[in-house]
Unconditional design. Sequence first.
Length: 256
Amino acid sequence: MASRLARLACPRVLSRSPIPSTSSHRLFSASSPALARRAKPEEKLTAEQAFDLLEDDYDDDDSSSAGHLMLREQRRVLYYLRLIEHELPKLVAYRKPYIPPTSETPLIVRSIDYAGEEHPATTKRVMVVAVDELPLRDASAIHKLKLLAGPRWTPNPPTDAGVQKDAPWGNGYVKISCEDFPTPAMNLKWASDALDRLVLEANRKPETFKDVPLDLRHVRSKIEKAKRGDHLRGRLLNRPTIADFPKAWLPAEKRS
């Protein structure tokens, strides 16, 4: 106990580590005083100044938010009107005369474009052709082609084929599409080659498949989904026209 009290009574000498010289390490900024920025005190409006702003008369020199939106829409319309006025007349240089298709060019090719924007559907090509315009040797070859085409053959022209509604149906139409390849030309080439193989196989003898009936389940299913009643009363392959109108129903002066 005595030794502990003596140890507490003796003054302690604290050892201090030497302070490193500041000659090599500066503890302050050496930048130019001109580059130093002074913090400006925030300017706050007093209550009287705020009320003065509220009491100022509106000079009616600006529009509302709805007015600015309307002006922006008008500027957008004017931009396109200027394009129509000044740029569209330049397209006359690219005008081409319309040449109706002949028997030598029976194919109808449909494509999709999104005004230059990239889209997966832009590479797709759809080809439609009338069976009557294909180089088939006889009626047996036409029947064989319908069997080989399967659901790609329809008695009426497809709605998106570019064929007039009043065009005669004849022996129907064949529609072939392709979008498996990266470029439009490759897809169109595949569809064209598929049609060539189809025509070549249809003209090949002696297999004619005369005793095989046509499978019209895809046609009937499509018509039934439309719910227009075209699948009733034998109208599946025979479309009624104005020529089927009963003459007895006409006025007497117009029957002749």
